[in-house]
Design a protein around this ligand. Sequence first.
Ligand code: UN1
Length: 512
Amino acid sequence: MSLDLLRHLDVLHDPRFAASATQPDPSVILSENPATGKPLGGVRLQDADAYDKCVAASHAAFLRWREVPAPARGQIVREMADEFRKFKEPLGELVSLEMGKIRAEGLGEVQETIDIADYAVGLSRQLPGQVFPSERAGHRMFEQWLPLGPVGVITAFNFPNAVWAWNAMLAAICGDTVVWKPSLLTPLVSIATQRIADRVLTRHGHPDVFQLIIGADDVVGHRMVADRRFPLISATGSCRMGRAVGRVVADRLGRCLLELGGNNAIIVNDDADQELAVRAVVFGAVGTAGQRCTTTRRIIVHEKIADGFVSRLVKGYQQVMAKIGDPRKEGTLVGPLANARAVEGFLAAIAAAKQQGASVLVGGDRASLPGELASGHFVQPTIIRAPAGNKLPIAQEETFAPILYIFTFKTLDEAISLHNGVDQGLSSAIFTESIRASERFLSVTGSGSDCGIANVNIGTSGAEIGGAFGGEKDTGGGRESGSDSWKAYMRRQTCTINYGGRFELAQGIRFE
Ligand code: UN1
């Protein structure tokens, strides 16, 4: 069955695909189905030589691609959007199979790719620069945005298709080329994705605009980050990874676009629509088995409603418990974690929380499932209540698993300070029916949420592509996807033209 899918998505013809890679071969990694622990297929790792060829080809392609007018580049991206529409089902299924998110979310991820491609098409007729009044007579001053060069894109396992697309579709219309280093946990999705886009590019005589390089961090990743041929490295992953990438890129004075960990909280005020809040919290905390950077990890609930709200939440979780299973099966709500290490991380965080005086209200263990799912990496969605005084050091960390910590507050100021009291600053939300509380949370003075994303009566995950996506503090400060994120993929040039013919200096300087 999975072979049919791989055939349909043309993965089997990729030279990197190694079908019968069951014999030990250090140059081949096995991609696993996290729901069963069984291999889906082997992928041959690329070496330093392949890397160099790939970057050289990307650079050569850039020199031609930047000559194509942006709206014409947009038309090629439009065809990519169509191609991804055509393959939405099978590609979404493959995302579900290899990454472990439920089918609906797998399809949603490919939809996100289609959305950003559509967005990029429109943008290809804009990329607007501004005109500024010159202080000198007979002068015109304006800025223009120019293609930047090959962009190195490093993506994580949890959004193996869409996060590449955020970068690749914008880079493409901006006139850049892309070299993509995907997570080694999801190489098959990356091959399928690359081949879909490649067919369109090849049809138009630009086969090397997108490149995929699948390799180990110490062979490909480190080279890429240090490589001056990439004026921009866009990296998604843990804060630890981002720090390492940021240091190396800064050392060569390159540019970085970092989208790192989150530790997202929802404040539930005493006047919240609790029904709405429970639904949003359950999706935010349990969706994608807690493996989104936008996953809701902390609830900060008003003490007046805390007990009632928490028991509603526990009821919701109990219903979800029965829906842990094969992510590709209709009705499943929670799939597996990425691998055994992720399960260990989940268990270690729970043990630490207990040791720090917190109590597990629901979940707290592996989920044992029958049949071939018995060897999958399933865990129970878990709610943990912080001890009185809200002291719970483990909640400062992002554990990539469905663990939700509950804190309580008396005043909104206290809630916001708890909310902001973590190192990460990606996404945030408040549930309230009060305009005062909502405005306090979104205050234009900056004294409310300190995150890159702040929502009212909407959970922390599931952002649309039209807004800029990213966060502050240890989340890395980068912005991808909508708004003016495209500017990261271009270089700005300020131009002043003297059409008056008189020699005139700014700041009134005379130099006769
Ligand atoms: C991620 O987890 O790296 O807002 C990206 C969301 C999705 C993207 C998540 N649109 O949850």
